[in-house]
Write a protein that binds this ligand. Sequence first.
Ligand code: AMP
Length: 379
Amino acid sequence: MSVIPPESVVGVLGSGQLGRMFAIAAREMGYRVHTFSPESDTPTGQVADDEIIAGYDDLEQVRTFARGVKVVTFEFENVPAQTAQAAAEHAPVRPAGSVLHVTQHRLREKNFLAQHGFPVTPFRPVRSAAEARAAAAELGPGVIKTAAFGYDGKGQTKVSSPEEAERAIGAPSGLERVYEAFVDFERELSVVAARGLDGSFAHWGVIENAHRNHILDVSVCPAHVPPAVAAEAVQIARGILEQLDVVGVLCVEFFLTREGNLLVNELAPRPHNSGHLTIDAHVTSQFEQQLRAVCGLPLGSTQQLRPAAMANLLGDLWEPGEPDWSAACAQPGVKLHLYGKAEPRPGRKMGHLTALAETADEAARLVVRAREALRRRIG
Ligand code: AMP
């Protein structure tokens, strides 16, 4: 099994903050990074050695990009299947296009999970108003989600009756959707895990996540769950990475029901927002681990150095004016990460704060307080 050594060029499909933090980890270890996306001056491009600007459907450009690198990974899972295929003609793509294929489509992903015996939120495929009505009658209140290209709650409608479900679908559009039972969860959890080229497995334990408007707001590690629940979540994650034959990092998002059952909500075949705290709180971050995995290096220790919490910084924070960065930086144990995005639109992930403390609860209080301090306007 050949190792792709430092000084080699690693290619990243996508150019957002995940690629940026991956590129920073790669550079720390002496690798070069090329990023490919339709945009310029991107969060990844700003720290990469080369930023290739072309559409994902420009397969000739994709081939040229792949010829210039030793391995291709991605930070954006909604790249078309043909893009991964074209890249794979010239360099290994890790995780493989087959992993993208399953995880970029909710129905395929849920069918995969159900067929392999993983616990998944009850769901039905719905293509028409009549099917949505029937699904709501069978499963009770639910969430209708588009099957393809959804993220951060986009393309989701909550419905509480068969009539509402029927109305939510409206006129036939041919759009594939999933009707998912609404889960009255106690907590939302995630397990970020990695699998090496040799099948080795690593994880950062269970992370607890709070969302606001369907977007991740605060993550805390370790999560407040009994050891048996944590062990089961890790076991499920391991099974999923093995069944999908992942080489790289994959995040499993869970609902923990009030009865103490774990249900998989969704998979992300890449480092995940809930794993950002691993940069400051663990021996090896999720980004360094992605690099190690895709380059065929041994996976690094995932030992946690201190309890930690992460708070996202969305564009909304800029509404009253430039945030007061020194107020957050003045808090001991708080680290600032910004993604180099010029335009702070509401809901846009601009950066995050991580706080380290004696306990996870203390870290959560600290990180929320530090984010509040940012709102104090300068001048
Ligand atoms: P998703 O994009 O599917 O991860 O959904 C974003 C967020 O919406 C989740 O993290 C939950 O907070 C909420 N949500 C999504 N699906 C459900 C569901 N079936 N039951 C309850 N809450 C949900």
